[in-house]
Structures are given as structure tokens and as C-alpha cells.
Design a protein around this ligand. Structure first.
Ligand SMILES: [Zn+2]
Length: 434
């Protein structure tokens, strides 16, 4: 589909990655951006005697086109456990509430629960997710069927799946569609044996792929790992050769100096999940320290059961506010830094460098922010408005891979929202009856 957006404000980045707002047009041909500019130099794109047939020409009415947010850590299909078990510590939440219900989940149910999560992403301007959950084929199929972009990592642990299955998932999902990709991962140090982790490190090195995991999420996790192995989770898993091709950690709250060195040495990324960390009382991630060390940072919602909502505006505000509180310094992190984490930081972690900005040649993962609403006025500083006062009500359109999947509060994903809601309620209802 060829789409021309005109009369737009466009959020672009200069060579130093600094955000700028320009007035003009964005042209999308198929799944690629072919023109960004003020409209006076379109002869760069249109050759003599050639015309582009537009399927749609959209008057943006001076609203803002910007790159979509990257949700760099999530467990999408956990939508069925939203508001099901809350207000308890992480280990109680996992062992007493989540694991027993997950054991009852069927693959076809996970498919529809993924679609529910994808719908919520679209309403928040999220154009791709980095997913770790049961039934990765259901996750991949839901993404492909709805047109959503997803990077999947395995949640390998002692109780489910195997190295052989992870290798097979890696090959099959990476060949399925341009919209989905797969990298190896393990749930956490505390749910995996040393043998299993060693096998995973060997697999990642054989396939030349990065490895991802929940890392140093709670103080207890780090304390127990040190008692078990005499090292932090980062140091222990690195000692097994886990990060030769990079990767990273989700949460990374309770880090020591050696851990940062390992992240730098292997060019790893950290993904912060401030809402989940706050709700589970895990702690506040040292974002400024990661930033000062030059380590790439992305932002994730974590799953809809620990958060409980899949909203990047809420995450950005919390990442900013909690970090300022932790540092006791309102100047410790800027709105620009936070927005960069939510877009290009996540994209880098997810190996989606071709989806990280509105620029010629990039994939068309674009959102439209409605500026004609009270929380976006006056327009003193658009980046600050997005991070500090923006909300999902400002998301007027979400485009993934050149397709508009959400526009003016309506979905265009091939599924009736009411049917998806009914299915989600039936799934958790079935489990509760047993
Ligand atoms: Zn998680």
C-alpha cells in the first residue's frame, strides 16, 4: 500500500540522535519510508514522467508523526491473568498464583490472549514487542495474523521446554515472516540448572545469537545466586560463555560494578520495566548509572499480570520520575533520554535498527499523536509533552510495516474486538471452574 501523509509535524533525529520536529510530508511505499521532508524536493523520489499511485493521502492536520514505541520486555499472553493476583511479593505471586494457572493454559488459548495484548499495544502506539512466554509459535502466529512486529525469546527453565525445542523454535520462527524473529533466552538464573544454562550458551554460540534473561530483578534473587555460585547472576551466567554475541537483561535493578563491566564488554542492553518493578516492590533500576556507563537502555511493560497495563506512556513517566527520586536529582535524566530509550534504545536491543526512526529507507512503523487535545497544549516542547503529559488517548493512528492497524480508536487487524474479549474471559473462566 502506498500512503502519503501531508500537512504533518514529523519527529526526526539529527546525526547526534537529537530529536527535531519538522513540518512536511512522509511517504510510505509498501512497508518502507521513501520520503521525509517539506515537500519541495520530492523529485528526489519521483523520477521524470513517473507518478506514484496513492492508495491513501492522509491530511495529518498538523498533528505529529513519530516512530512507534518498542515494548522491549513483555509476556503478552499473560493478559488472562490481568488483575488476577496482585499486591503480593514476586516469589509468592509467581509460585502461588501464576505458575499453577499457566500450567492449565492451552496453545490455542495463548494465541487469542496474544491478540488481546497486541490490541492494547496498538492503542498505546507500540509497534513492536519483545516477548518471552509459553507457546512461542502461538505468539508468532498472532503477530503475523494481525500484522504486528514481534521479537520472541525463549523463557527456557528446568520445568518446561528443552534446548532442542529452543533450537527448533529459533529456526522455524526466524523463517516464518519478516514480522517475527527469535533469539535464545532463559527465564532466570534461579529457574535453570547450570547444565541447562551451559547448553543454552553453547547453542547461542553455535547460532551466533544474543541471549536474554530476567536479571537481578530482586535483592533476594541476587543474594541466593551469590550463595549458590559465589557470583552475581550476570557474572555467573557470563562465566558460562552466555553473552559472546551480546544480548542483555530485563530489570537489572540490583547490579554491582563487575556486572556493568560485563554489559559493556559484550555490548549488552538493559531493559527497564518501572511499573512492574514498583508494583512488585522489586526496587528502582539505576538508569542513570547505565546511562553514564554508555550501556544501551530500552523500556518494557513486562507482562499484563505484573504491571497490569501495556502502556508506554505510563512506563516513560515512571522511568523518568522514579529515576529522579532514586538519584535525588530532578536533572538526572531528561525527557529526551527517556523517549530515546522507548524508541531507538528498544529497537537496538531487539535488533530492529531498521524500525527506529522516521527516515528514508526505514520500515514504516509510524504512529500519529493527536496534538489537538488539552494535555498536548500549548506546544512549548513536543518531546516533553509526550513523556510528561502524553497518554494513549493521544494515539490517533498506529502503523506497522506500512499497514495502518489502528486508527481513530478502531482496529484493523482482522479480528472483532468483542470476540477477543469474550474469548479471554472464557479462558480464565474455564480455569477457575476446575
Ligand atoms: Zn518479565
Amino acid at each position: 500500500m502506498n500512503i502519503r501523509f501531508y500537512n504533518a509535524r514529523v519527529l526526526v533525529q539529527d546525526q547526534n540522535q537529537k530529536f527535531q520536529v519538522i513540518n512536511g510530508e512522509v511517504w510510505v511505499e509498501g512497508n518502507k519510508i521513501i520520503y521525509v521532508g517539506d515537500g519541495s524536493d520530492t523529485d528526489k523520489v519521483i523520477k521524470k514522467n513517473e507518478i506514484i499511485i496513492w492508495q491513501r493521502e492522509v491530511d495529518v492536520k498538523k498533528n505529529l508523526l513519530m516512530p512507534g514505541f518498542k515494548n522491549a520486555h513483555t509476556h503478552t499472553a499473560m493478559t488472562f491473568l490481568r488483575s488476577y493476583a496482585d499486591d503480593v511479593p514476586l516469589q509468592v505471586w509467581l509460585n502461588d498464583h501464576i505458575f499453577p494457572k499457566e500450567a492449565m493454559l492451552k496453545e490455542e488459548e495463548a494465541y487469542y490472549l496474544n491478540i488481546l495484548g497486541i490490541m492494547e499495544y496498538l492503542t498505546s502506539g507500540i509497534t513492536s514487542g519483545f516477548d518471552m512466554y509459553l507457546y512461542p509459535y502461538a505468539t508468532a502466529k498472532a503477530a503475523v495474523d494481525t500484522g504486528f512486529r514481534t521479537v520472541i525469546t525463549s523463557g527456557l527453565n528446568n520445568f518446561s521446554s528443552s534446548i532442542e525445542e529452543v533450537e527448533e523454535q529459533c529456526h522455524k520462527i526466524n523463517e516464518m515472516s519478516d514480522l517475527v524473529s527469535f533469539v535464545p533466552g532463559f527465564h532466570a538464573e534461579y529457574t535453570c540448572s547450570k547444565e541447562l544454562l551451559t547448553d543454552l550458551a553453547n547453542l547461542a554460540n553455535k547460532l551466533h545469537l544474543p541471549v536474554w534473561t530476567h536479571n537481578s530483578e530482586t535483592a533476594l534473587e541476587v543474594k541466593e545466586c551469590k550463595e549458590r555460585w559465589g557470583m552475581s547472576p550476570t557474572k555467573f551466567t557470563d562465566s558460562l560463555g552466555m553473552y559472546e554475541y551480546g544480548g542483555g537483561g530485563y530489570h537489572c535493578i540490583w547490579m554491582d560494578d563487575t556486572d556493568y563491566e560485563i554489559f559493556k564488554k559484550h555490548n549488552m542492553s538493559m531493559i527497564t520495566c518501572p511499573a512492574s518493578n514498583a508494583k512488585l516492590n522489586d526496587g528502582v533500576a539505576p538508569l542513570k548509572k547505565f546511562f553514564d556507563e554508555g550501556i544501551n537502555v530500552g523500556i518494557g511493560t513486562d507482562g499484563p499480570s505484573s504491571n497490569n497495563c501495556l502502556d508506554m506512556f505510563r512506563e516513560m513517566f515512571l522511568a523518568s520520575g522514579l529515576s529522579k527520586l532514586k538519584e535525588k536529582d530532578a536533572n538526572s535524566i531528561s525527557a529526551e533520554d527517556i523517549l530515546r530509550m522507548a524508541i531507538s534504545g528498544g529497537a537496538k536491543a531487539m535488533c530492529l535498527d531498521d524500525c527506529d526512526s522516521i527516515a528514508v529507507g526505514k520500515k514504516a512503523d509510524i504512529i500519529m499523536i493527536d496534538l489537538q487535545q488539552p494535555n498536548m497544549q500549548p506546544i512549548n516542547n513536543i518531546v516533553k509533552n509526550i513523556v510528561y503529559s502524553g497518554s494513549k488517548v493521544n494515539v490517533k493512528m498506529t502503523m506497522v510495516d506500512g499497514n495502518i492497524l489502528y486508527e481513530d480508536y478502531k482496529f484493523n487487524i482482522g479480528f472483532d474486538p468483542i470476540e477477543i474479549y469474550e474469548k479471554a474471559n472464557r479462558i480464565i473462566g474455564r480455569m477457575d471452574k476446575k
